[in-house]
Design a protein around this ligand. Structure first.
Ligand code: SF4
Length: 682
């Protein structure tokens, strides 16, 4: 009997836990802990424990498919790639490159994201390249880059244990990032105080020493009021402000308009509670902020993120062990997909496309004269342009916007208007079903390459088995397509070769090699040269702006784009649950996980449910101005009165049929976390 353990990285959340795939007779039959792995130290959450269950499913895509007369028919790779190459060329010459767009993915490797953005910019000559970080942490990248000079988690996962105060806001860490939650528990065991601010009394809130139930969308009001208390009571870190920052006067002017009594009716948090947590955060140091999509997924998401930086810099809680501003990324490679420039405003290494010198440097390595020097369209803008008939073709790798994007009815309409849609994935997703050509990709267990986790740790995958049928790794498919189109610069033989090119054009990755990444601890970026040990904590001596200073921004509070009214009196907020991941294409095909939670639900506050005549388990209709769904009610006192919550994983009661595509003006992030809704008993 041939049994081996293949160490690799979990395909799910941004923790980036190490696990061993158990391979028997050429099949992955289980998962074993990777005991020496520095992130999870041999522990896994349920998703990681059952990460093998979808790999050998019978419904994996195994051959290219071309739609003929409304039905998919199997095709050879040559037929499929020839068709795509000729259609892309035809659309480019007929409508121009602005009519084309590509979506990369936070679920595939750095190398594959790098190649997708290079393909968009070089082969299609379009600026329209984006990926799903736009829908989760686009505002983190924008906000932290503006304030700190680098759009990434400042400290490491292990470092959370060093904090004396942990302020978790808008993150259900214990459910969505369980192996980071372990570090929070360890910090608490060592005496740290945990503050959790969230509209739901969720798994994380239950562990809090101080729970702050606040209204979705009122983050800026809450943080400004905390900073008002800190400044009024002289608790700010004057030395840090003087030596390490600029813009303090603008911050002070704004914050001093926001006493806790002003914030109380906006946030729903008693003024005394705001005072208490402000004092604790400012004085019981080091203090770490942990946040996630409760902060980012708003039309004011960039403002919310700037507020996190303001609070940390005001109290000197950054650039030190146990402190920092720590966004937790949802998918396993959100950080890496951003690092690789799968974004419309920057190429790899966050180098602005509008900067001709930076472009020239990258083009020199790519062997091309130039690439588009304008900022392209973001995901929601691509959908809008498709509906308007301006975008004609879309190439999607590993994403499922038919469930993940806001206002899905609109998305469906837009995708159906495209002249040509190509989807590359491991399963026939709801989006792939609308495609003209579907390409079968390899899963995480069938390839190497690198993922970068939420703490900027770049880690190596190892292939355990071969892809099923004719499926191929995404990097190989992109290279074959580029070659079919006659485009030079895509003749890579391995992901390691791609990584070697990445190092030449991505300053943060320059000192990394596959050889160095084979060690379990791998490397945190920035790692500028091959003798550099990597950087687990950012901003220790200076911030990442050219002058080394952090920048305060005075952020006025703004209400969300759509507020409750007489017709739609409730606030709908959306999110994830422990047993499922993103659009469910993998977890809903994993029997153990699927058995735990079979379908979606809407959480309704007990008093709201009573007023509506709704009992726990009743089927209800949830309606917004964009659509309606039928879903089971989960009646609970754990959610704030006036707010309802729906997890977004389930196509049969898709939360995103209801959400609004109102955008943050800087990061173009849709407002998943707040829209006006009503519930009707059926
Ligand atoms: Fe995988 Fe995240 Fe669970 Fe770790 S915490 S096992 S990375 S899903």
């Amino acid at each position: 009997m041939d049994v081996k353990l293949v160490p690799t990285i979990c395909p799910y959340c941004g923790c980036g836990c190490g696990l061993n795939l158990v391979v028997k007779d050429g099949k992955v039959v289980g998962v074993e802990p990777w005991k020496r792995h520095p992130v999870n130290e041999g522990k896994l959450c349920p998703k990681g424990n059952f990460a093998h269950e979808f790999i050998h499913r019978d419904d994996r895509l195994t051959t290219p498919l071309i739609k003929k007369n409304g039905k998919f028919e199997p095709a050879t790779w040559d037929e499929a790639l020839s068709l795509i190459a000729s259609k892309f060329k035809e659309i480019k010459s007929k409508y121009g490159p602005d009519a084309m767009a590509c979506f990369a993915s936070a679920r595939v490797t750095n190398e594959e994201n790098y190649l997708m953005q290079k393909f968009a910019r070089v082969a299609l000559e379009t600026a329209n390249i984006d990926h799903c970080a736009r829908l989760c942490h686009g505002t983190t990248v924008a906000g932290l880059a503006k304030s700190l000079g680098s759009g990434a988690m400042t400290n490491s996962i292990k470092d959370i244990e060093e904090a004396k105060t942990i302020f978790i806001i808008g993150s259900n860490t214990f459910e969505d990032h369980p192996l980071i939650a372990r570090r929070v528990v360890r910090a608490k065991q060592a005496g740290a105080t945990l503050i959790v601010a969230d509209p739901r009394f969720n798994m994380t809130a239950k562990q809090a020493d101080i729970y702050v139930q606040f209204r979705s969308g009122s983050d800026v009001a809450l943080i400004n009021a905390m900073m008002y208390v800190i400044l009024s009571e002289g608790l700010e870190d004057k030395e840090f402000i003087k030596n390490r920052t600029k813009g303090f006067d603008a911050l002070k002017e704004e914050v001093m308009k926001c006493p806790p009594e002003w914030a109380e009716p906006i946030t729903g948090v008693p003024a005394d509670t705001i005072r208490k947590i402000a004092r604790l955060y400012a004085t019981n140091k080091p203090s770490a902020i942990i946040y996630s999509m409760g902060v980012t997924q708003h039309s004011t998401g960039t403002d919310n993120v700037l507020s996190m930086s303001n609070l940390a810099m005001l109290t000197g809680n950054i650039g030190k062990r146990g402190s920092g501003v720590n966004p937790l990324r949802g998918q396993n490679n959100v950080q890496g997909a951003c690092d690789m420039g799968a974004l419309p405003n920057v190429v790899t290494g966050y180098q602005a496309v509008i900067n001709p010198e930076l472009r020239a440097k990258v083009c020199g390595v790519w062997g091309v004269k130039d690439i588009p020097g304008k900022v392209g369209l973001t995901i929601v803008e691509v959908m809008n342009a498709a509906e308007e008939g301006k975008v004609k073709s879309l190439y999607i790798m590993g994403e499922n916007p038919m469930i993940s994007d806001p206002d899905v009815n609109h998305v469906e309409h837009a995708l159906k208007k495209l002249e040509f849609l190509v989807v590359q994935d491991i399963f026939m997703t709801e989006t792939a079903a609308l495609a003209h050509v579907v390409l079968p990709a390899a899963s995480f267990a069938e390839k190497d390459g690198t993922f970068t986790n939420t703490e900027r740790r770049v880690q190596l995958l190892r292939p355990a088995v071969k892809p099923p049928g004719q499926a191929k790794p995404d990097w190989e498919i992109i290279c074959l397509l580029a070659q079919k189109m006659g485009v030079k610069g895509f003749d890579f033989k391995s992901q390691e070769e791609v990584f070697e090119e990445i190092r030449k054009v991505t300053p943060q990755y320059a000192g990394m090699t596959y050889e160095r990444l084979r060690k379990p601890e791998a490397l945190h970026w920035p790692c500028p040269d091959t003798s550099h040990p990597g950087t687990p904590i950012l901003h220790m001596a200076k911030f990442s702006h050219p002058d080394g200073l952090g920048i305060f921004f005075g952020v006025p509070f703004k209400y969300q784009a759509e507020r409750p009214d007489a017709e739609y009196p409730l606030i709908l907020t959306t999110g994830r649950i422990l047993f499922h991941y993103h659009t469910g294409s993998m977890t809903r095909r994993s029997p153990t996980l699927d058995n735990e939670v079979k379908t979606g639900f809407v959480e309704i506050n007990t008093e709201d449910a009573k007023a509506l005549g709704v009992k726990d388990g009743d089927k209800v209709k949830v309606k917004t101005r964009r659509g309606e769904i039928e879903i089971a009610a989960r009646v609970t006192p754990n959610i704030m009165k006036g707010i309802i919550f729906i997890p977004f994983h389930f196509v049969e009661c898709a939360a995103n049929r209801l959400t609004i595509a109102a955008l943050d003006p800087f990061a173009k992030m849709p407002e998943f976390k707040v829209c006006a809704a009503k519930v009707e008993p059926i």
